[in-house]
Ligand binder design. Structure first.
Ligand code: F1P
Length: 348
């Protein structure tokens, strides 16, 4: 599907991009990327900026789930500005993974140089490559050509790729099989829910809060960023049950509360969304299976119906926030391809 808006073309183009990435991953020797790094004995530390930091959060949750390995994520700036806080132990205790669509973001390159100066091996995860891919022999590069300033297919493809890597190292064939089924499912869902998100974005609301728990918290973060970047709206993100502990004070008829509902904590999360509906907010619910109760009160329900493990579904959850941001931007007369105050790469 070709749109006047490049960002929309790239969002709707994700099924094909995922297929291309899965093909590349299927023919790559991924084990060689971590050979000699003994990742099983170390803490995986995912590093990025902006969307790539939220990607790092999703990757850390995925590695912890799939490999039962200690993993965490942090913005590159924390390592540069507060090294003792960010990496307290001897650097050889960590397996760093540096994520950058462009491979050109200053903070990420500075962390790469810091690790080189300490002779610490690291993995680079990128789409464009540029300087970053020259700074380590361990490079996971994705066949994603993304012109838009905002990251969409690059975000989902790199999360998909890091989940794929973790599943290969875990020998989890069932999870790999599940990932390979996602492009067809997304194609089906975009046809059904793309127009519904476009209609939902027409409501004149400029105050958004996105909620998620577990691995979906990182997706709630990225969803909020997409709505901020593509529509210059005010958007926040919270752990779902944390929203009751104060932030719900912002809720009313001029807010949208979007819940990324998990399967394992569904009932507890739906109760929060219903409460926000009762406080007057418009509500968006994304769930794998919806209930009659949810359909009864939520303003828009996106039911994914994906026959795959919960963790494998997370990249499908983010697509609706990508669309909501672009359609809300268009509704406000903005150009999602040229987000206010933003450039495709941040260099300092
Ligand atoms: C990441 C990033 C994007 C943001 C904007 C500027 O860059 O911060 O998240 O949307 O495009 O760049 P990268 O290091 O992943 O290239």
């Amino acid at each position: 599907m070709q749109f006047k808006i490049q960002t929309l073309t790239e969002i709707y183009g994700q099924p094909k991009v995922w297929r291309d990435c899965l093909q590349a991953l299927g023919s790559a020797d991924l084990r060689v990327l971590v050979q000699g790094c003994e990742p099983e004995k170390k803490e995986w530390v995912f590093v990025g900026c902006g969307t790539s930091f939220y990607l790092a959060q999703a990757a850390a949750a995925s590695v912890t789930s799939l490999l039962r390995a200690p993993a965490r994520a942090m913005p590159a700036s924390e390592i540069l500005l507060f090294p003792a806080l960010a990496l307290p132990q001897d650097a050889s205790r960590y397996f760093p993974i540096l994520i950058s669509r462009s491979g050109h973001t200053s903070e990420v390159l500075q962390v790469a140089a810091l690790l080189q100066s300490k002779a610490v091996d690291f993995l680079a995860v990128t789409c464009d490559g540029r300087e970053l891919e020259q700074m380590t022999p361990r490079v996971l590069k994705f066949p994603v050509v993304e012109e838009s300033t905002v990251m969409t297919a690059s975000f989902t493809s790199m999360v998909l790729g890091l989940q794929y890597l973790a599943a290969v190292l875990a020998g989890d064939e069932a999870f790999l099989f599940a990932l390979r089924a996602l492009p067809d499912h997304l194609e089906r869902l975009l046809e059904v829910y793309g127009p519904q998100v476009e209609a939902f974005a027409k409501a004149p609301v400029d105050d958004f809060a996105f909620l998620g728990q577990g691995a979906l918290y990182a997706i709630a973060q990225e969803t909020a960023l997409k709505v901020m970047e593509s529509s210059s709206s005010y958007a926040q993100f919270f752990h779902t049950l944390e929203f009751r502990h104060g932030p719900k004070s912002i809720v009313g008829p001029d807010t949208v509360v979007g819940a990324l509902l998990s399967e394992s904590a569904f009932d507890a999360e739906v109760a929060v969304l219903r409460e926000m509906k009762e406080l007057g907010s418009r509500t968006l619910a994304i769930a794998n299976m919806a209930t009659p109760e949810l359909r009864q009160f939520a303003d828009l329900v996106i039911e994914l119906d994906l026959p795959v493990p919960e963790l494998a579904r997370i990249i499908v959850y983010v697509v609706w926030g990508q669309l909501l941001g672009s359609y809300r931007g268009l509704e406000k007369g903005l150009d999602p391809d040229n987000p206010r105050n933003l450039s495709r790469v941040v260099t300092i």
